[in-house]
Design a binder for this molecule. Structure first.
Ligand code: BG6
Length: 489
């Protein structure tokens, strides 16, 4: 085992994702000693580049963020020496065959394991998979391919993509990334639920009034308009990141922590969900706004976006799980770009205390008196529970306070990036945090009819100013289910 090799080929090495996430994550893994003894990293892209030029490019993306230890510079040098470049087309088998030769040389007769990270646009996915699998698969070890969304635009195109992938790869070789699953607090969801006595018994319609999944970014689609306009926020964030969190949140207890057991439960809960209706959704798009003398662009000011685009940059939705545990509990999602802050969180609002002796201390707004559990996925990771307590003193006034697990205060260690976790799992063959094809199908089944209707009926988004809290429609939608967004205060 010690003598086997792992090579990681980043296909699309000069792209944004590779530079921002993949190379830095690989270095962080190397730094922490998680990469196997014999590993190589290959950058694969179309442009001509030497190994030295690739190393130079990669070196600019690496940081010594991990506790700023002194030998970081040295480690970088070592890491860069293991990085190489191969120039080739994405649809040309011979180019992958040439890569195969180089990989073989480096493997020097040892058992060979090969991981391909496809960091390329979807229209060349299949060609690259075909070429890599036919011409550069391992002969005597494993071959795995990491793919990242978009996995199609709807049920049909996603199914076609899966079918095409499966011509060349077995499901066990396909690692579909949803990077939200690699985030520390998302991974912790299952620990929170299943290793604490006090939460799981409350985790149902009996005690939970509603669940909110909120994603917001304080910047627009700057520079990514071309990609984004074809997808919109529902496909970009809701159908994957927020829905995955929802599945982990709402699934039944898996038989074990085994990847198949967990994913079986996720699929079940996804399949128990009601397909979204148009009336349960609000869409928005940001418009320009001037604040403090600075003017922020409208979505349609982006040169790569058609002037008359109706693509939503914001959406809010009410979803329902029609099973015994969650019958009637609204799961509200909200996702948007160009809003007032950057954050991702889960909010769980509990029911009223029956026959509460202290109701009169809360005035007329009893909703404010219920417990709320907040899981702040990012930034400034935290889990806190809002409880009621008496204000100390001789009177009887009630207050709301937080029982707070604040990660920065509790742990001095920096939290690893999601891509570190996921790359490590892919190398180790751990599939728990990757999306199985039936999960993907279920996720699309939920959203496809709605997406089609939005597009066919050319639903006009509600415009909201850049940097605002988004369309007021989101409040009306929540109010219809007697819900108040927890992030609004
Ligand atoms: C990506 C989306 O999947 O997630 C982007 O395509 C979004 O639009 C990004 O900005 C958010 O990820 P993170 O980890 O920065 O919250």
């Amino acid at each position: 085992e010690n003598e086997s090799t792992v090579s990681i080929t980043v296909v699309g090495a000069s792209g944004d994702l590779a530079k921002k996430k993949i190379f830095p994550a690989l270095f962080a893994l190397y730094y922490e000693g998680f990469l196997p003894k014999h590993f190589t990293v290959y950058g694969y892209a179309r442009s001509k580049m030497t190994d030295a030029e690739l190393r130079n490019m990669v070196s600019k993306t690496l940081t010594c963020r991990i506790d700023k230890r002194e030998n970081c510079g040295e480690k970088m040098e070592e890491f860069l020496k293991r990085c190489f470049y191969h120039s080739g087309q994405y649809d040309t088998q011979e180019n992958f065959a040439d890569l195969d030769k180089k990989l073989k040389e480096r493997e020097a007769g040892r058992a060979s394991n090969r991981l391909f990270y496809l960091s390329i646009p979807p229209n060349i996915f299949i060609d690259a998979v075909r070429c890599a699998s036919l011409s550069a698969s391992s002969g005597n070890g494993w071959t795995r391919v990491i793919v990242e969304k978009p996995f199609g635009r709807d049920s049909e195109s996603s199914a076609a993509l899966t079918k095409a992938l499966k011509q060349y790869l077995g499901e066990h070789q396909i690692f579909r990334i949803d990077h939200y699953l690699g985030k520390e607090l998302v991974e912790n969801l299952s620990v929170l639920r299943f290793s604490n006595l006090i939460f799981e018994p409350l985790w149902s319609r009996q005690y939970i009034r509603n669940v909110q999944l909120i994603f917001s970014e304080d910047f627009g689609t700057e520079g990514r308009g071309g990609y984004f306009d074809n997808y919109g926020i529902i496909r970009d964030i809701m159908q994957n990141h927020l829905l995955q969190i929802l599945a982990l949140f709402a699934m039944e207890t898996p038989v074990s922590l085994d990847a198949e057991d967990i994913r079986n439960e996720k699929v079940k809960v996804l399949r128990s969900m009601r397909p979204l209706q148009l009336e349960d959704v609000v869409v928005g798009q940001y418009k320009s706004h001037t604040k403090g003398g600075i003017s922020y662009p409208a979505y349609t000011d982006d040169k790569t976006v058609p002037k008359d685009s109706l693509t939503p940059t914001f959406a809010a939705a009410a979803l329902f799980i029609d099973n015994a545990r969650w019958d009637g509990v609204p799961f509200l999602m909200k996702a948007g770009k160009a809003l007032h802050n950057k954050s991702a969180e889960i909010r769980v609002q509990f029911r009223h205390v029956p026959g509460n002796l202290y109701n009169r201390n809360f005035g007329t707004d009893l909703d404010r008196a219920t417990n709320e559990l907040v899981i702040r996925v990012q930034p400034d990771e935290a889990i806190y529970l809002k409880i009621n307590n008496k204000v100390p003193g001789l009177g009887m006034r009630l207050d709301r306070s937080n029982l707070n697990l604040h990660y920065a205060a509790r742990y001095s260690k920096e939290i690893p990036d999601a891509y570190e976790r996921l790359l490590l799992d892919a190398i180790e063959g751990e599939r728990r945090l990757f999306i199985r094809s039936d999960e993907l199908d279920a996720a699309w089944a939920l959203f496809t009819p709605l997406l089609k209707e939005l597009e066919e009926k050319k639903i006009i988004p509600e415009y909201y100013p850049y940097g605002s809290r988004g369309p007021v429609g989101a409040h009306y939608l929540a109010a219809r289910y007697k819900v108040r967004w927890g992030d609004v205060g």
